[in-house]
Design a protein around this ligand. Structure first.
Ligand code: 2HG
Ligand code: ZN
Length: 465
């Protein structure tokens, strides 16, 4: 509960209509895409400037009030869940372009700007912000940075981290830091910018970001290939990446395709049904298209590829992408338990065989949907909840299997969260990917930037008090 005194101070700082207390606002701002936790924030506050954010953080320190930073709330790990009476700070009003510089090919934006709007602004200047994913229409840049979002073009462009050349943040202690200031070269000691990227709101509030933009692509061609086995997918990946620069190499199973074609009404890519499908994207040029066709024939001759289709227009390329991009949204109907795991590409064949065996013996009665960014070594393994099983029982069973997947990942030197972040959901799995010394160091980093542990407490790891 907020005291009357703090409430009136908040109203003074941001204006009375920007402190939200209505149950539907608390409900809406208090959760991300996860469904496991009941939202219960004390209020939502919508500041319009970085100095207002700073004043709120100082006030929260004074009153020991926990804060949950909130972006577009498209996260999948509970990183933006406010379930324990926290104050939510949402930067929806800090959503404009602050500066654009064509010479630097850089844009500075408020952290509340929607990803797709940043992409559209870049495109209107014949430039590209290349980080892209299905939730781009509602996710905010600040949230993308806080979770170091990945997406569908990582194989070519890397993660969000690779495009951030400057940040203005308010730390948990209430200091404003201007980090890196848009520079391309800056070797002046520790680069705190990279600590804040991916810190899931535990160190500071990202208020403004300077993003590097790049040259736009020519049109793209998409190929969907029907593939026989897991092992064959990796052979096909190797055949393509050894010889071509790809924008994407994604995969999904027949079960994923069935759900998307039934749920969204999209047509299947071709008549043949195959256990797996790879979606390959590359820039359209006569040479690349010929090369891709030759590789397709080679993979077919090897028996890895059973059928395939190549887009003949941008519209067809987009339609093929829907088969992959709409999977996550379609599966929400089954309240899936999500795994977002990765290993090095060279370890993929053995890892896939081991995880497949583990999953098929441990989930004999559950429906499993495989998909993900195979070109990044990143699998999204979704387990669908049987209708008659209560959600808590289902999650308890899946949670137990996750520990075994964690052990397997630890043996492979893999990650328990490739791109979605740890949040609340994967917190218990963190020790499979990070050593006790690393976790202790993370705690001391948190203490340095957020001495009273008021920022997103309980996310990623529990702070020692
Ligand atoms: C994707 O790649 C997203 O589609 C979501 O990262 C994955 O919902 C998921 O498990
Ligand atoms: Zn993904």
């Amino acid at each position: 509960m907020l005291s009357d005194q703090v409430l009136s101070q908040l109203k003074e700082l941001v204006g009375p209509s920007y402190v939200l207390l209505e149950p539907e606002d608390l409900q809406r701002f208090g959760v991300d895409r996860t469904t496991l936790w009941q939202p219960n924030p004390c209020a939502v506050v919508l500041p319009a400037t970085i100095t207002a954010v700073q004043a709120i953080v100082l006030l929260a320190n004074e009153h020991n009030l926990a804060i949950v930073p909130s972006g577009g709330r498209t996260g999948l790990s509970g990183g933006a869940v406010a379930k324990d009476g926290e104050l939510i700070i949402a930067l929806d009003r800090m959503n404009t372009v602050i500066e654009f510089n064509a010479i630097d090919r850089a844009i500075t934006v408020g952290a509340g700007m929607i990803t797709a709007e940043v992409q559209a602004f870049a495109a209107s200047h014949d430039l590209l912000y290349p980080v892209d994913f299905a939730a781009a229409g509602s996710s905010q840049i600040g949230g993308n940075i806080a979770t170091n979002a990945g997406g569908i073009n990582v194989i070519r462009y890397g993660m969000t981290r690779d495009w951030i050349i400057g940040l203005r943040v308010v730390t948990g202690a209430g200091d404003i830091l201007a980090l890196n200031q848009g520079l391309l070269k800056n070797n002046t000691g520790y680069d705190f910018r990279h600590l804040f990227i991916g810190s899931e709101g535990t160190l500071g509030l990202i208020c403004e970001a300077t993003l590097q933009l790049t040259r736009p692509q020519t049109d793209t061609t998409v190929m969907v290939l029907g593939i026989k086995t897991f092992a064959d997918i990796v052979e096909v990946l190797q055949a393509f990446t050894a010889q071509m620069a790809l924008n994407a190499f994604e995969f999904f199973s027949q079960a994923a395709l069935d759900k998307v074609t039934e749920g969204q009404g999209h047509p299947a890519p071709f008549a043949t049904q195959t256990p797996f499908y790879a979606l390959v994207e590359f820039e359209t040029r006569p040479s690349t298209n010929d090369h891709a066709m030759a590789l397709f024939e080679q993979c077919t001759a090897q028996g890895w590829v059973l059928d395939g289709v190549v887009s003949q227009s941008l519209a067809q390329a987009r339609a093929l992408w829907r088969l992959r991009e709409d999977i996550s949204e379609t599966l929400w109907h089954w309240q899936p338990y999500k795994n977002d795991i990765s290993v090095r590409i060279s370890k993929m064949p053995d890892f896939l065989a081991d995880v497949d065996e583990l999953v098929s013996t441990r989930y004999p009665d559950f429906e499993i949907v495989w998909y993900g960014h195979i070109g990044d070594g990143n699998l999204h393994l979704n387990i669908l909840k049987p209708q008659d099983l209560p959600q808590t029982d289902f999650f308890a069973r899946c949670g137990a299997v996750s520990l075994e997947i964690g052990e397997l990942l630890a043996r492979y030197g893999g990650s328990i969260s490739a791109e979605h972040g740890v949040g609340l959901l994967k917190k218990s799995l963190l020790p499979y990917s990070r050593s006790p010394v690393e976790i202790a160091l993370m705690r001391s980093v948190k203490k340095t930037f957020d001495p009273k542990s008021i920022l997103n407490p309980g996310k990623v790891f529990d702070s020692l008090t």
